[in-house]
Design a protein around this ligand. Structure first.
Ligand code: B16
Ligand code: MG
Length: 218
């Protein structure tokens, strides 16, 4: 069997942590008298913590000192971590283990490619950390998606050339990053939003082991 590199985004692909990001940002925005909606939260998917706070402040027409900015980031992250602390295996999105188990069974290298600085903590909480041969996250990338850096680093860590890597992503910036890296991109979620992906699925219940096998054999 050939060896391909399988790279998974975290939020929106493996777990739905967007709901916790939303609650934590909402509380912070409220404390600053900024109205923050779920539609705006959609625009923060795949976006780094710094960029997310910049966007929220801009939406609310607010500017803060550098010290205050750092303080707000820490407050948001503390609230977010309190939610993360309640997570367990039940929060893994449907049929993700089916695909991970198959990839492990047939010895395919698996990596995480996420913008989150909390990725390791989340994978530990949902008991999936052992499934990954490499973890590239917000602690070791400097350029945000759609820059391909996160996925190129993951490919390097797996020792698989980019053309032989397959990326699962729920954000448009992430699909663009995978395409920019010359990898196969698989959009998870709304196909209208993720039109640029090579393949589209609503979620992993629509992805069969046969489809994964075909990708490996290609
Ligand atoms: P943190 P992903 C992203 O995760 C989230 O989609 C995004 O909303 C969040 O701001 C970003 O991680 C940074 O997260 O504050 O935990 O460092 O989709 O790239 O796995
Ligand atoms: Mg995501």
């Amino acid at each position: 069997m050939k060896k391909k590199g399988f790279i998974f985004d975290l939020d929106g692909v493996i777990v739905d942590t967007a709901k916790y990001h939303y609650l934590a940002w909402k509380k912070l925005a409220k404390s600053l008298d900024i109205d923050f909606t779920e539609t705006q939260n959609e625009q923060l998917k795949g976006v780094s913590r710094v960029k997310s706070l910049e966007k929220i402040l801009a939406w609310g027409n607010k500017s803060v000192s550098e010290d205050k900015f750092m303080e707000l980031m820490a407050l948001k992250n503390n609230d977010y971590l309190a939610f993360i602390n309640t997570m367990d295996e039940k929060e893994i999105l449907p049929d993700v283990p089916k695909i991970l188990d198959y990839l492990i069974e047939v010895n395919q290298p698996i990596a995480l490619g996420s913008a989150s600085k909390n990725a390791r903590a989340i994978l530990k909480k949902v008991n999936l950390i052992k499934a990954f041969n490499a973890i590239v996250d917000g602690t070791n990338v400097s350029k945000a998606k759609p820059d391909p850096e996160v996925f190129l680093n993951a490919a390097k860590e797996l020792a698989i050339i980019p053309q032989n890597c397959i990326v699962f992503e729920d954000s448009l910036a992430g699909i663009k990053a995978a395409n920019n890296a010359n990898m196969i991109s698989i959009g998870i979620g709304n196909a209208d939003v993720l039109q640029e992906a090579d393949y589209n699925f609503n979620d992993f219940t629509e992805i069969s082991v046969e489809f994964i096998k075909e990708l490996i054999d290609k």
